[in-house]
Design a protein around this ligand. Structure first.
Ligand code: MG
Ligand code: MG
Length: 258
């Protein structure tokens, strides 16, 4: 069932999404060689709770962390743990909050120190593909227009688009209808209408698009062990132009200030 949110609900979704954005910034400040991913998780959980919200990933189908932290060839759903970040790593931080009954869900891929040029470009282009997708999230278009925009943008560089994991509606629950694939055909799929709120989240690989699940039952890794990138925004479908509820402002600031 697809929900169409009122303006007052959208304001609550915005507050939750902005808290996620601020949390990504807090985490970003602490990303450096030698930090353990579990430490980043603790920083996020404390910040979220101090702001009157709940980390929505924690306990979700048994997930142990407040963040999904996915390093290098890990695409998404990495479990925070004892791994120490190293110079040259890329690390996707996916965060979700429940604030006043509404979910925010946003992800940003950070770099640890200097990364290779090909990896830097993968991140830059994955982020750009997210905005290409968002441009299509306007009333009257279809879900396939979003996926087509993401896919056609990244495939020109030879990157892979993960098929098994997709974006989604977001509202009172983290995963609502419709599904929002990062691939597809123009003019196909569910019609987009004003007030739909979507989490759009390209998961893009430097090599082939194939993934495997690790033995921990959560972590999704590229089959060829090449790096992946992941960026996610929460977006309201509007007439003419989509409205982004989440923000990378704080995450980007944390990177510039290093
Ligand atoms: Mg997410
Ligand atoms: Mg999501």
């Amino acid at each position: 069932m697809i929900h169409y949110r009122t303006e007052s609900e959208i304001e609550l979704l915005r507050e939750s999404a902005l808290l996620v954005g601020k949390t990504l910034g807090e985490v970003g400040k602490h990303i450096r060689p030698g930090v353990r991913t579990i430490e980043l998780d603790r920083i996020a959980e404390e910040f979220i709770r101090d702001n009157g919200a709940v980390p929505v990933f924690k306990g979700y189908e048994g997930f142990p962390g407040s963040l999904c932290i996915s390093v290098n060839e890990q695409v998404v759903h990495g479990i925070p743990g004892d791994y120490e970040l190293r110079e040259g790593d890329v690390v996707s931080i996916d965060c979700g909050t429940l604030l006043n009954g509404y979910v925010g869900d946003s992800a940003y891929t950070f770099t640890v120190g200097e990364v290779s040029e090909e990896v830097r470009l993968l991140l830059e282009r994955t982020k750009e593909s997210l905005y290409k997708g968002i441009e299509q999230a306007v009333a009257g278009n279809r879900v396939g227009d979003i996926g087509h925009a993401v896919q056609s943008f990244v495939e020109q560089y030879g990157y892979g688009v993960v098929r098994e994991l997709v974006g989604h509606g977001v509202g009172r629950k983290m995963h609502e209808d419709p599904q929002v694939p990062n691939y597809g055909n123009k003019g196909s799929g569910v019609r987009l209408s004003e007030g739909m709120v979507l989490a759009i989240e390209p998961m893009i690989t430097l090599g082939k698009k194939d993934i495997v699940m690790e033995r921990d039952g959560w972590t999704i890794t590229t089959k060829d062990r090449k790096p992946a990138a992941h960026f996610e925004h929460d977006v309201v479908v509007r007439q003419g132009r989509a409205e982004i509820l989440s923000s990378f402002e704080w995450a980007e600031e944390s990177e510039i200030n290093k």
